[in-house]
Design a protein around this ligand. Structure first.
Ligand SMILES: C[S@@+](CC[C@H](N)C(=O)[O-])C[C@H]1O[C@@H](n2cnc3c(N)ncnc32)[C@H](O)[C@@H]1O
Length: 338
């Protein structure tokens, strides 16, 4: 049986991409940066952005209905606390993610039907096996992807630092460590720790720059390589954040086995991932995780796993899972070589 209420609820869900689109336009116009100095009228914002004043006024109305800004006084708009996270210079900025979501992910998601019908990624449907290789053919996309990953990792880093005491580790390697955001923060907190960010050569410049700026460039270096081929045997512990969820079981086991070969018997391995609940509900976090799972299906070809599935993967790759620590929306799974 249907009702008008349920049809309208569905109607709202169907249109949810419009919310992504208005946030994207606000990000591209730099509205959060402009409003960070205080409330502004549409006329002033139009002048600063070059946008059509009346159209921009309508965008601001839409943004105020989703809590990005709020109307103050007769005809001016102020930034909300949520909207402030759209400012690229904010400590908790997700501006890069707003740009990635529209310029890369929304476009990819419009073809989700093909992936559901075939079980294949966009790249596989184009005859390319590795989505990261396909992305690498468009350097601007790589930059946007890496910038968005830095933001997401920066948001969770305080939770990871609280979840585990890394002080007992001499040399930590972040495999697939991107721009070095996580390892840089771990090294800042643990002054004796040496570190290596291991990733594709295309991450070298951004990572080296970030590690220098974080003041850990003398202890943490970038090493380029391919984790499907080999992982350098230089560290007593390895951390992988948001790596294993990118890949199917076979490829994940290859990466983990290469990590196992690189670690001493007394070494440690950490996975930082969000866990798929055993029985996802309609809670926001469960929905986010289920949608992330489809993002993995369409994008790199991986999946979001339950804790049990991660433990099984680790077992099959020569590791004994030890403990799972909660780290905000993420979890840190500690494992030892068997
Ligand atoms: C989802 S991002 C995670 C980045 C980082 N760990 C974080 O959480 O911010 C996946 C990372 O894996 C890296 N990567 C993909 N294929 C790789 C390969 N074959 N060898 C090494 N790194 C690879 C990408 O360049 C990217 O930095």
């Amino acid at each position: 049986m249907t009702s008008q209420v349920s049809a309208l609820r569905l109607f709202d869900l169907i249109q949810s991409h419009r919310v992504t689109a208005v946030i994207y336009v606000a990000a591209r116009l730099g509205l959060a940066e402009l409003l960070s100095y205080g409330p502004q009228t549409p006329a002033k914002l139009a002048k600063a952005t070059g946008a059509d004043e009346r159209a921009l006024g309508r965008l601001l109305t839409a943004l105020s209905t989703i809590g990005i800004c709020s109307r103050t006084g007769e005809d001016s708009y102020a930034l909300t606390e949520v909207g402030a996270c759209l400012d690229g210079s904010a400590e908790h900025s997700v501006k890069g993610w707003a740009i990635l979501e529209t310029e890369l992910l929304s476009k990819s998601w419009s073809g989700m039907l093909e992936s559901i019908m075939t079980g294949k990624t966009v790249a596989q449907l184009q005859g390319v096996d590795d989505s990261f290789e396909l992305m690498g053919r468009t350097p601007e996309l790589v930059d946007k992807f890496n910038a968005a990953m830095v933001e997401l990792t920066r948001l969770v880093t305080p939770n990871v630092l609280q979840s585990y005491d890394f002080s007992g580790i001499r040399h930590l390697m972040d495999v697939g460590g991107g721009s070095g955001e996580l390892l840089g923060a771990i090294a800042q907190q643990n002054r004796k720790l040496r570190g290596t960010v291991f990733d594709l050569p295309r991450c070298a410049e951004a990572a080296s720059k970030h590690l220098r700026q974080a003041g850990v460039g003398d202890r943490v270096e970038f090493v380029a390589g391919d984790f499907f081929k080999t992982v350098p045997a230089i560290a007593d512990a390895i951390i992988l954040k948001s790596i294993i969820h990118d890949w199917d079981d076979a490829r994940s086991i290859t990466i983990l086995q290469n990590c196992r070969k690189a670690l001493p018997n007394a070494g440690k391995l950490f996975l930082v991932e969000r866990l798929m609940p055993e029985t996802p509900t309609m809670a926001d976090e469960d929905r986010e995780q289920a949608l992330s799972d489809l993002n993995m299906l369409r994008g790199p070809g991986g999946l979001e796993r339950t804790e049990g599935q991660y433990r099984e993967l680790l077992n099959r790759s020569g590791f004994d899972p030890v403990t799972t620590y909660s780290a905000g929306r993420f979890n840190l799974i500690e494992a030892c070589p068997r």
